[in-house]
Write a protein that binds this ligand. Structure first.
Ligand SMILES: *[C@@H]1O[C@H](CO)[C@@H](O)[C@H](O)[C@H]1NC(C)=O
Ligand SMILES: *[C@@H]1O[C@H](CO)[C@@H](O)[C@H](O)[C@H]1NC(C)=O
Ligand SMILES: *[C@@H]1O[C@H](CO)[C@@H](O)[C@H](O)[C@H]1NC(C)=O
Ligand SMILES: *[C@@H]1O[C@H](CO)[C@@H](O)[C@H](O)[C@H]1NC(C)=O
Ligand SMILES: *[C@@H]1O[C@H](CO)[C@@H](O)[C@H](O)[C@H]1NC(C)=O
Length: 767
């Protein structure tokens, strides 16, 4: 034997290191998407066979003629909404494929995240209350099919009961991938959950590892949670752990149909699986797709982002895609930026899970928790920094990091731990560290103050900075400080609501500043909804994140679709955006956590969704796939070959009128480089009373003046389109971004649409 395997491996590693990065990159295989554009019209089955044959030929060519190797490297064929394939390739092979005729782009398989703030944390409460849409005829909801690209679904949950639902719509072409009927993976559809598919190839190729349910069955809970927020049936006795948030709960469109596309597994979701899910959803005939996931920020451009490409083709097929903005909190961190998506920020409701800490000097301090433990007597309370173990510094133990606590000193006490911007541990796992140290409870001072209620492994509570300071000052004021943590309670109306959640990702768009993102806000803090019993045995759970905000909008989009089946995706989106509100329940401008300052369109887009008003907007701003192509021409360098990278057809930019990204008929107006004057046009479509009059009401961004022409528009028929121009002029050069709005007030009852005006003074020489 020449050498042991171990030596061989060492040798290989050594030689690669010597030969440098280039070779290493070339020899390492990874999964790539080979995107070949829009699928031509025609019969589907022969087309799929033809494509599969072509893809095989291409793969064989880059594998030096070996059809076995080609077959082994193949992961997916896409052929419905768009065409292309996914395969395991090295970089050289990827480059060769990119140069082949018919290939529009090749990009590596990237992992996407689910948008729960902290996927382990089980957090505080409240879904859209029952009766939020009074007087609505729900009859047609049962013809609306919503696809969820997520972690699958738990079809036996009472939220997905098909009791009293009519047969599945005839046009449905989806499938129910049952899995093994006798194994724990078994999966059956019903008249509520009418489809279930799963996409494992990309995940397995990249990560391998054990898979709990090889079926659309949800092992994580996230997919069941999001689907039930959008379209869950009414459940009379929903609660967290039997005690919190007790009451009836339901989704936004409880009679709509659900199709689960499981592309997300234990650690995330891969591009190639997400694209396969989009491809099938388009083929199956869903009306709306909900994607509570996305890339880390900053997002890659539209050409190398699976969700951008998949949603472009969905929109071109008349399917609205609703997505989450992200949980990064910072300015400019919003993702899912494509203008053909409806992108959702997260806010609060008026319900919270509160827990009191009573200090032995007689004062009580309030925080958030899902903890229902009962502590009988006050307990010695000390800062975790004072119980640092071994080599850990007091700072490290103040964060209650794993192993940083001295068991002897921590035993039986309540520890005060801190959580700051850099903390990546979930609150639940921090509480497990505290429990392992033998402590009796924990008070977590959260410097980010995101008001997320969560589960603790010991009696626990999260408090903000001000409350935390009070507790610390009490503990310092006495030699034997004692506190008692009371079980959490459901509390209504504690703080002004809604507010924008601290974790919700914010604009401006890092990719196309001419398009305001996020588009709209919806509840995403402490939301109670269905869960997968496979995860800690619970039937319902409380989660926070833009993941939870997204399906609130999905549900209302399904309702709008049920009332106006012929509207385009952009029409539904426009109705939801233009009727949103920027005022809280006390009629003050909505605030933003953590510091309570006034939120801006970069926080909530057009504002908080108003489900009732969204059902009768009166006016919509309609956009068609052709308009998105013009938009792409405006942002991509103006040559013939770029635009089809995403549209995948023979679109060219040469015959299109020269335009700017601001020209897209978007329901908001953003001018990111305003020099002196700039004019933008929009076209509105009458979907209210045939005869109606609208007049413009402007609130100009500070330092600018705004003229709208014409100021009054008379409609004479339903569906009539009218154009208007908005001219912006700088009076006093504003510093940074400034915000205003343009409303159109109709003469009929309360018809009113509003769009934010967002302006930034030009600072560079850009035209
Ligand atoms: C399918 O699996 C679920 C989850 O393990 C289980 O509750 C159910 O009883 C199973 N059904 C059948 C028919 O085996
Ligand atoms: C923990 O604290 C006790 C008592 O102060 C001390 O004797 C022990 O060495 C400490 N252990 C560690 C691991 O720091
Ligand atoms: C208890 O201590 C806190 C912190 O020092 C203080 O703010 C509070 O007023 C004290 N309460 C009473 C009743 O003395
Ligand atoms: C694009 O143009 C080429 C050459 O003119 C033609 O062969 C091809 O069928 C066209 N593709 C589509 C999708 O229209
Ligand atoms: C609104 O104005 C139109 C004229 O443009 C008129 O025909 C219509 O009756 C008015 N509607 C209401 C509710 O006043």
């Amino acid at each position: 034997m020449a050498s042991s395997p171990r030596t061989a491996m060492f040798f290989l590693a050594l030689s690669l290191a010597l030969l440098g990065d280039d070779l290493r990159r070339c020899s390492a295989s990874q999964v790539y998407v080979v995107y070949m554009g829009k699928a031509p019209q025609g019969d589907r089955a022969p087309r799929r066979r033809r494509h599969a044959g072509l893809h095989r030929q291409m793969l064989t060519a880059v594998h030096d003629g070996s059809s076995e190797k080609a077959q082994a490297s193949h992961v997916y064929t896409y052929s419905a909404g768009f065409q292309g394939f996914a395969a395991k390739l090295n970089e050289k092979q990827a480059i060769r494929l990119a140069e082949m005729p018919g290939v529009v782009s090749v990009f590596p398989n990237t992992k996407r995240r689910l948008r729960t703030t902290h996927s382990w944390d089980f957090m505080g409460l409240s879904t859209s209350a029952e009766g939020q849409v009074p007087g609505l005829s729900t009859e047609n909801q049962e013809n609306v099919i919503v696809g969820f690209i997520d972690t699958g679904i738990w079809p036996e949950s009472p939220s997905f009961s098909d009791h009293g639902m009519p047969p599945v719509p005839k046009r449905w072409r989806g499938q129910c991938q049952g899995g093994d009927a006798n194994s724990p993976s078994n999966f059956t559809c019903n008249r509520k959950v009418i489809g279930g598919r799963y996409y494992l190839s990309g995940y397995q190729t990249e990560e391998g590892g054990a898979i709990k349910f090889v079926s659309p069955r949800d092992s994580s809970g996230h997919g069941s949670h999001t689907a039930s927020i959008a379209a869950g049936r009414f459940v009379r006795d929903m609660s967290y752990g039997g005690g919190l948030g007790t009451g009836g709960g339901r989704g936004g469109a409880p009679m709509a149909r659900i199709a689960a596309y499981k592309a997300c597994w234990e650690t995330g979701c891969y591009d190639v699986d997400i694209l396969a899910a989009f491809d099938d959803a388009i083929r199956d005939g869903v009306d709306i797709i909900s994607v509570s996931l996305g890339p880390d920020y900053p997002q890659g451009d539209y050409l190398s982002d699976a969700i951008s490409i998949g949603s472009f083709h969905a929109t071109s097929n008349g399917i609205l895609v609703v997505s989450s903005a992200g949980n990064a909190g910072r300015q400019g961190s919003a993702t899912n930026l494509a203008p053909w998506m409806l992108t959702v920020a997260a806010g609060t409701t008026d319900r919270s899970f509160s827990s009191y800490v009573s200090l032995a000097n007689g004062t009580s301090v309030m925080g958030e928790s899902l903890s229902t433990y009962r502590m009988e007597t006050p307990v010695r309370t000390i800062a975790a920094s004072e119980v640092n173990a071994g080599y850990f510094t007091p700072y490290q133990s103040s964060l209650c990091l794993d192993s940083s606590l001295n068991r002897t000193k921590a035993k039986g006490k309540i520890l005060i731990c801190r959580r700051n911007q850099g903390s990546s541990e979930s609150r639940l796992s921090t509480s497990m560290v505290v429990k392992e140290a033998g402590a009796a409870g924990m008070i977590l001072i959260d410097e980010m103050e995101d008001h997320v209620a969560n589960r603790f492994a010991v009696p626990g509570v999260t408090v903000g900075k001000a409350m935390g300071d009070k507790i610390v000052s009490y503990v310092k004021s006495t030699r034997r400080a004692c506190t008692l943590i009371l079980p959490a309670k459901t509390v209504l109306g504690l703080r002004d609501a809604p507010r924008v959640a601290a974790f919700s990702s914010r604009g401006p768009s890092s990719l196309t500043p001419e398009i305001l993102k996020p588009d709209v806000a919806a509840p995403g803090l402490n939301i109670l909804a269905a869960w997968s019993p496979a995860k800690n045995g619970m039937r319902f759970n409380v989660l926070s994140g833009t993941s939870m905000a997204c399906p609130h909008v999905t549900g209302i989009a399904a309702l709008v679709k049920s009332v106006y089946p012929s509207w385009s995706p952009s029409g539904i989106k426009s109705a939801i955006m233009t009727t949103a509100t920027v005022l809280d329940t006390k009629r003050k401008t909505i605030a933003r956590d953590p510091n309570g300052g006034a939120a801006t369109p970069f926080d909530f887009g057009s504002g908080f969704m108003d489900p009732v008003k969204a059902l009768s907007p009166g006016i919509i701003f309609d956009t068609h796939p052709e308009d998105y192509k013009s938009f792409l021409c405006a942002i991509i360098s103006r040559d013939d070959h770029s635009v089809h990278l995403i549209t995948g057809d023979n679109s060219s930019c040469t015959h299109r009128a020269s335009s700017s990204a601001t020209a897209l008929n978007y329901p908001s107006i953003t001018v990111p480089y305003l020099k002196q004057s700039y004019s933008v046009t929009r076209t509105m479509t009458n979907v209210g009373n045939p005869r109606s009059t609208y007049h413009a009401v402007v609130s100009a961004p500070p330092g600018t003046s705004v003229r709208v022409t014409p100021e009054v528009i008379n409609f004479k028929s339903y569906g009539e389109k009218r154009m208007f121009a908005v001219s912006l002029h700088v009076d006093v050069p504003p510093r940074g971004y400034v915000f205003g709005s343009l409303s159109w007030h109709g003469n009929g009852s309360d018809a009113r649409v509003t769009m934010p005006l967002v302006v930034k003074l030009q600072t560079s020489g850009k035209a």
